[in-house]
Structures are given as C-alpha cells and as structure tokens.
Design a protein around this ligand. Structure first.
Ligand SMILES: Cc1cc2nc3c(=O)[nH]c(=O)nc-3n(C[C@H](O)[C@H](O)[C@H](O)COP(=O)(O)O)c2cc1C
Length: 404
C-alpha cells in the first residue's frame, strides 16, 4: 500500500484481497435481530430481515463488517446474535454474503467471545471464562433476560486458551467457506481478548499475564493461528486502546501496550487493523474522554489520538478508524495520514443509504438509540423500517450526533 496524503473517502484502496472503490465502511454493529434456532439450543440464525439490512447498506466496492458473532455457545451471551459455528448459521450467512456480493460489495465477519461479560444461564450452565477470576461489576440483563449479578469467571487454563483459539480458527474457516471476504477478531470493548489486555482484569502470573508482552500473547497467538488457517490477507483485528467499557477496563501502560501490539500485528500482513477513536465513549463526552486519557499523550501532542498506533503499525497495514465520524469530519484522518478507511456506526444504523448521502451531501437522519438492540416483537422498526424519521438540518450534524 503506497501512502499518500492526497486521499479522501472516495479514493479507491485495496485491503486484503478486496479492491474497494471507496473508504466508507459499515462498522460492526450488534443489533440482535437473528432468529432462535429450533435445532441447536442457545443459538441464533441469520434470517431474511438481516439479509435486507445488510444488502441495503452494501454498495459496489464498499466494505461491510458484520455485527460481532460468537465462535461457540460458550463465547455467546446475548439474544438474537447468530454465530459462525452451526450448519444453520452458515447457511444463513451464505445467503446474506452472496446477496452482498451480488450488489458488488465486500463483507468481513466479526468474530467474538464475550468472556466474563456473559452469564451461565445463557451458555448452558457453564461458568463464564476470562483471563482471571475478576468479575464484571454490576448486573447483567437484556430484553427477555432478567437482570442478575455478573458471576465470578473461571481463569482460563492453557487448555481453555487452546480450545478457544481452535474455536476462532474453526469459525474463521466456516466464515470463509460461507463466502465471507475475511474475518475481523473483536479484541476490544472489554470482551475476552480485552480481558487479557487490561491489567486491572488480567492478574495472571503465567506467560499470559504480568507484562505487556504476556498480556498481548493470547491475541497475537490467535492471530498467528488464523493467518495460518485462512491466510493473513483475510484476517483483521479490532482494538479499542482508549476503551473504558462501563468504566471497567482501565489497565496500565495503555500507550506502550497497544503500540507494542500494533508493532507485532504489523508483521503479519493483515487485511487491516481497526481502531476506535479516543473521543468515542458511551458514557463520557469527547472532552471528558480526553481529560481521562491525558496520560496517553505523546510528546508534542495536545490531544490523545490514534497517531502513535498508526506509527507503530507502519505504512503497510491499512488502518480503519471509527468513532464519531460524520459528513464534516469523514476525511479528517485520511487527509493527515492517520487512517486509511473510515467506519460509521450510528449514522449507518439510521441511514442505510449513507454512502449515497455522503456523496450527494444530503442531510443524515438521526439514530434512535431505543431501537439499537433487539430482540423486539417488531424487529424491523429502527432496523429496516424508520417510521418517525427526523431530518438533521444541514450544518447541525454534530448536534444531531449528540442528541441520541
Ligand atoms: C448499536 C451498536 C452496536 C455495536 N456493536 C458493536 C459490535 O458488535 N462490535 C464492535 O466492535 N463494536 C460495536 N459497536 C461500536 C461501533 O462499531 C462503533 O465503534 C461506535 O458506534 C462508534 O462509531 P460511530 O460514532 O460512527 O457510531 C456498536 C455500537 C453501537 C451503537
């Protein structure tokens, strides 16, 4: 990949084996709209509604990343999310992938393990697993699942780690056999890999804890196995070096650790690395987030940014950046060479035709947070059907973004 500053979101780029004609990417978005399987307990399957949702957001030469999909029952923990590990799930995904391909689009599957953020009742009575026995604080509830305290997770043994890596390899091979153009490992947002990366959760004293290199070992080993299994050009990784999921991920040495991780990841020749901007947080404003992260400032920087990680990745690993992008700042990272592609989450929820709107300059619809996560009886509302749309006025985009 030749790096040039003279790019915008309409400049073609090749990532992995995909020749993209633009750089507007659908961010991975959990929407909980899958159907319960009657054949395999505790699993969910893609359906026609999900196909409609993905196809509506597909564009010729554009990249979609699926919602996070569990690699096994044990990796699961939410209703309505199809994984990549049963025959029915693969059949459903194949149907979606081929419809996206017919439209000329590309699609990666995000592979997921929730670790300690699940509940034994949702995974067949098994104890949730994590790096250590440090539980999530608070309670876990969902539509149709009464809130109850998080449980103490089982610290994963070496065998558990190998089994989990095998589940990822299996799910990745399945995804490729279903036609996906690649897979993205979800290694952020406080889920299993992040539970190894953060020193406030990972208290291990073996080769998977206690130092930067050790905390990164689980994800790096998994990436290596995935590259061997399906080829590095089909493997990508998502990281959230600034993430604080519900104030529960606050490990030390973030700057050094994620820089090390990016340096190591750059050696594989991955399809891309996907990073979330520091400003994005479910609870804090962009300025509060900057204040909290100020120990991650590097010399000469006034604001915490993705730049140190871009530098650590080097110029040859494409970087997708996500978090707080809209029409006004879509080219911000591309222009200064920080990132190569831009992923949109909430705006893509509310604007299936986001790519066309960004191109024409038409205003964007606001999102309705109450319809983000299903399952609902009327799953299509806020997903493929938007009965109460309100236009964000031109020039009022940032206000609209904060108004959810
Ligand atoms: C409804 C919803 C579901 C999400 N699900 C996922 C997910 O499955 N995997 C993931 O890595 N991030 C997930 N995220 C984070 C988004 O991918 C994205 O990083 C975030 O929304 C910031 O981008 P935005 O400002 O364009 O919305 C989710 C965000 C939202 C709003």
């Amino acid at each position: 990949m030749t790096k040039t500053l003279d790019v915008d979101i309409w400049t073609p780029i090749k990532i992995g084996d995909c020749r993209l004609t633009h750089r507007v990417v659908l961010a991975p978005l959990t929407r909980n709209r899958g159907s319960a399987s009657e054949k395999h307990p505790l699993t969910w399957v893609p359906n026609d509604l999900m196909k409609k949702y993905y196809v509506e957001r597909a564009t010729p030469g554009g990249l979609l990343i699926t919602e996070a999909t569990p690699v096994s029952v044990r990796a699961s923990g939410l209703f309505g999310i199809p994984g990549n590990f049963t025959d029915e799930q693969l059949e459903g995904w194949r149907f979606i992938v081929s419809a996206v391909h017919e439209k000329g689009g590309f699609i990666f599957s995000q592979l997921w393990h929730q670790g300690r953020t699940t509940h034994s009742a949702l995974i067949g009575g098994q104890q949730p697993q994590s790096s250590s026995n440090v539980p999530m604080q608070g309670t876990f509830g969902w539509n149709g699942f009464e809130a109850r305290p998080f449980e103490v997770p089982k610290p994963m043994s070496k065998d558990d780690i190998i089994d989990t890596q095998n589940d990822f390899v299996n799910a990745a091979k399945n995804a490729i056999s279903a036609g996906f153009d690649g897979i993205e490992i979800h290694a952020g947002n406080g889920y299993l890999f992040d539970q190894f990366l953060h020193s406030n959760i990972n208290t291990r004293t073996d080769e998977y804890g206690g130092s930067i290199e050790n905390r990164c070992r689980f994800v790096l080993e998994t990436v290596e196995k995935l590259c061997k299994a399906i080829g590095a050009s089909k493997v990508a990784v998502r990281l959230t070096p600034f993430g604080m999921l519900f104030g529960q991920t606050f490990g030390e040495n973030r700057l050094e650790q994620w820089s090390y991780l990016c340096r190591e990841l750059s050696k594989f020749g991955l399809a891309y690395v996907h990073l979330v901007e520091p400003r994005f947080d479910e609870l804090k404003s962009a300025s509060e987030k900057q204040e909290t992260l100020k120990d991650m400032l590097t010399d000469g920087e006034e604001e915490v940014s993705l730049k140190p990680f871009r530098n650590a990745l080097g110029p040859d690993t494409p970087l997708i950046s996500a978090g707080g992008f809209g029409p006004e700042n879509a080219n911000e990272g591309l222009g200064n060479g920080t990132s190569d592609l831009v992923a949109f989450g909430r705006y893509f929820v509310a604007n299936p035709d986001l790519v066309a709107r960004l191109k024409s300059g038409e205003p964007l619809y606001k999102w309705d947070r109450s319809r983000f996560y299903g399952p609902f009886e009327d799953n299509e509302i806020g997903y493929t059907v938007f009965p109460h749309r309100e236009f964000a006025k031109k020039g009022d985009i940032f206000k609209a973004q904060l108004a959810d």
